[in-house]
Design a protein around this ligand. Structure first.
Ligand SMILES: Nc1ncnc2c1ncn2[C@@H]1O[C@H](COP(=O)(O)OP(=O)(O)O)[C@@H](O)[C@H]1O
Ligand SMILES: [Mg+2]
Length: 353
């Protein structure tokens, strides 16, 4: 793989507001990279600097190894799709999709062919004579995608494109966007604040927080090995356990002592000295319920929530901390019961304090 897009020391200030701290980011050719983070974390600012719509305060942008920092947006070979479809209301679907192509002074036959291909790709070929107001929200967003794809940009930037759609349609369109990414072979940079969307779509996720990159990696990296508490909390449910090292490790017991009693094993990837300064992260699906006093630690079931495919059990430990465990429905957990908890030390990880 080769670098398609590179941000080097890219920074943006608005007066006293630092919208993006000096940021380095490399996106590989054909990659699907998602900028994920809470509102205000700098996702749109980063995307708009890549597009050229916003000028950086410092740093530079390279596409295919060429510095494009001063190149105007229309000449970067980049397509953009926003949450608001921004279709022209007085133009038919065909004219909306053709608009950018005509601006690029293609011949009539070239334009017709490119529009036909783009509409087929988003499965809207039969709608070419309609006006935007005659389409549903999901259909309008397909047309916005077709308009972007029609001139075959090698980089496509999408800023919360599914944000205005309801849950069911959003999930369907996520599948469509995955398919389109494969078909086009273009490099996608996709912005969302929805962790499930990011996990579903991405080759890599760039997690943003407070105007900087918090962590970057594959969806599995971020879920299984979050580097910080913020990353652990933003993606998936995280159970956090605080403990201290047992005074002596010479006995056969597990090395970490929990405040409310119980001794637990060290994550297999960690050393004892690390454990002294870190918090243990346990994902709900890594926990297993066993009989009381048979696990590393006991917990009292304080709530049971039915989720369809499985059941989530909330547990209170002796030190007052709360954990969520996923369990099979056949176990029929009951509120008030005390149970033991075990887990695989390979499936736990330490977080920096
Ligand atoms: N044009 C602007 N003028 C002043 N401040 C801005 C402007 N655009 C963004 N900001 C500020 O920059 C920060 C990052 O914004 P943004 O990139 O839009 O975040 P996100 O897309 O992650 O929600 C926010 O604090 C926002 O208020
Ligand atoms: Mg935004």
């Amino acid at each position: 793989m080769s670098a398609k897009l590179e941000a080097i020391g890219l920074e943006k200030r608005y007066g006293d507001t630092l919208a993006l701290q000096a940021t380095d980011l490399t996106v590989q050719a054909g990659e699907f990279l998602t900028l994920l983070g809470p509102s205000g974390s700098g996702k749109t600012t980063l995307l708009q600097m890549i597009s050229g719509l916003v000028a950086p305060s410092a740093g530079r942008i390279e596409i295919d190894g060429r510095d494009v920092t001063l190149v105007e947006p229309g000449k970067r070979g980049i397509g953009m799709v926003f949450q608001s479809y921004a279709l022209f209301p007085h133009m038919t679907v065909r004219d909306n999709v053709a608009y950018g192509l005509r601006m690029r002074s293609k011949t009539r036959d070239e334009v017709r062919k490119a529009v036909d291909d783009a509409l087929a790709m988003v499965r809207m070929s039969d709608y070419d004579k309609r006006f935007p107001k005659e389409l549903s929200g999901g259909q309008q967003q397909r047309i916005a995608l077709a308009r972007c794809f029609a001139y075959r940009p090698s980089i496509i930037l999408l800023d919360e494109p599914l944000g205005a759609l309801d849950k069911k349609l959003r999930e369907h369109m996520q599948g469509e966007i995955r398919r389109l990414h494969k078909e086009l072979g273009a490099t996608f940079v996709y912005v969302t604040h929805d962790q499930d969307e990011a996990l579903t779509l991405s080759d890599r996720i760039c997690l943003m927080n407070d105007a900087r990159i918090e962590q970057i990696g594959t969806p599995a990296d971020l879920y299984d090995r979050p580097a910080t508490r913020f990353a652990a909390g933003f993606i998936g449910h995280s159970n956090l356990l605080e403990g201290e090292l047992a005074p002596t490790h010479s006995d056969s017991g597990e090395p970490i002592l929990l405040a409310g009693g119980g001794r637990i094993p060290l994550p297999r990837t960690a050393t004892l000295s690390q454990a002294a300064r870190h918090t243990l992260l346990l994902r709900p699906e890594a926990l297993r319920l066993v009989d009381a006093a048979r696990g590393f630690v006991d917990g009292r079931i304080s709530d049971v929530v039915f989720f369809g495919s499985d059941t989530r059990v909330q547990l209170s430990l002796a030190d007052g901390s709360e954990l969520v465990a996923r369990c099979e429905r056949s176990l029929s957990p009951r509120i008030g019961d005390t149970v033991g908890l075990v887990w695989d030390p390979y499936r736990t990880t330490l977080l920096q304090a």
